[in-house]
Design a protein around this ligand. Structure first.
Ligand SMILES: Nc1nc2c(ncn2[C@@H]2O[C@H](COP(=O)(O)OP(=O)(O)OP(=O)(O)O)[C@@H](O)[C@H]2O)c(=O)[nH]1
Ligand SMILES: [Zn+2]
Length: 372
């Protein structure tokens, strides 16, 4: 079950392999990056080629006890050679970042069971492009959606980069829009791109130098596939237009889940990542709303909810026009959703999973480091 499905060799450093990962590799194993998972087996890219590998008994046991231990796309794995040129996945290297979905609804995969068990959607994603169209049908960019995806990115441990797409469709007011977006995502790089005329694409791709791993989040039709194609300089992902053209209607791009870009760096694109919404994200909320958190220092009550409390500095800032009312409304909405998600997620898992990211976030707050 693990013959090479694709002969050839790969320079793993182009997929992000580095010395600090090498230091974590167990003795006697070879490294590979998980490109796709499929019921108890994974497709991986190793230096000697692409393999279909099964999980060792130890990996299966660990995953049965904790679904977060299941290999997922983006993981760095340790392979052990078996007879006849086959390989088995014997361990995962510690993840630097992870998109975790809590409260997964059950399927038969790998024995996941129970609500609130969590599932890793993608691992070791360095950069998250939050794609939001300048114009979506007749609507302007949705700042609330940008806020929630940026918050989700902070929660994963990755670095968000906001990409306002389809700027060729907006003839007036782009600068104002970009100002608003910068206000909604403090400390985050914001780029304006048009894949149509190539504007801004190089700047976006620049975030992947040093063989970084990216995902692109955003609503359907935001131009995610088009952007990846533009970065790859080739048609690596089918776009809606192509689908519409062949009369089969539109469907999402599932055929390639790990897309290496020429010159290094790669984009992970899976159905799960495409459906990413709002999951456990209390830390992320704090980071994306750092302006509100700063104002809240001036509230009379430490636990002020900024609703109608006396001496609320946040409400005062709304009154004075310093803070947009829309922004406070977004904050209230995200607080409610985050509280709801947290309440229905198993406390043990949550504390285990978020401890690591908390440290990362604390570090970011301390150093003010919001950039790669
Ligand atoms: N005018 C303009 N149209 C664009 C641009 N980028 C993408 N489009 C068009 O927008 C439509 C959607 O683009 P996709 O790249 O398929 O969008 P997506 O975000 O991948 O969509 P899903 O696969 O549904 O998630 C297509 O018809 C593209 O041709 C752009 O920069 N300018
Ligand atoms: Zn307040």
């Amino acid at each position: 079950m693990s013959l090479p499905v694709d002969a050839g060799s790969f320079d793993l450093s182009l997929l992000g392999w580095d010395d600090s990962l090498a230091a974590e590799l167990p003795e006697g194993t070879t490294p590979a990056r998980v490109a796709r998972v499929d019921r108890g087996a994974a497709e991986v890219i190793a230096a000697t080629g692409q393999y279909q590998v099964q999980y060792s008994a130890q990996v299966r046991r660990a995953a049965a006890a904790d679904p977060l231990a299941l290999p997922c796309v983006g993981d760095w794995a340790a392979l052990r050679a078996l007879p006849e040129g086959r390989h088995e996945l014997v361990a995962l290297l510690p993840r630097r970042t992870a998109f975790v979905r809590g409260g997964v609804s059950r399927d038969s995969r790998g024995g996941l069971s129970g609500d609130g068990q969590g599932q890793v959607l993608a691992a070791n994603v360095d950069v998250v492009f939050v794609a939001e169209p300048a114009m979506h049908a007749t609507d302007l960019a949705d700042l609330g959606r940008v806020e929630r995806l940026v918050a989700l990115t902070w929660e994963s441990g990755g670095t968000p980069v906001v990409v306002i797409t389809k700027t060729d469709l907006l003839h007036l007011g782009l600068d104002d829009l970009l100002d608003d977006v910068r206000g909604a995502a403090p400390g985050v790089d914001v780029h304006a791109v048009s894949a149509m005329n190539g504007e801004g694409v190089d700047e976006v791709r620049g975030h992947l130098s040093g063989a970084k791993t990216a995902v692109v989040l955003g609503p359907s039709g935001a131009g995610k596939s088009t952007l990846v194609n533009a970065m790859a300089g080739a048609e690596v992902m089918e776009t809606q237009q192509v689908r519409a053209g062949d009369g089969r209607g539109r469907h999402t791009t599932v055929h390639r889940e790990l897309i290496p870009l020429p010159g290094g760096g790669l984009v992970i694109d899976t159905p799960g990542i495409r459906r990413v919404g709002l999951y456990e994200m209390s830390d992320g909320v704090d980071l994306v709303f750092s302006d509100i958190e700063a104002l809240a220092q001036g509230c009379r009550f430490a636990d002020c909810g900024h609703q109608s409390e006396p001496g609320c500095a946040v409400l005062a800032a709304v009154d004075s026009g310093e803070l947009a009312e829309r922004r406070l409304a977004s904050w209230h909405k995200l607080q409610r959703e985050a509280a709801w998600m947290a309440a229905r997620t198993d406390a043990r898992l949550r504390s285990e999973q978020t401890r690591k990211w908390k440290i990362i976030h604390k570090e970011m707050r301390r150093t003010g480091r919001n950039r790669p």
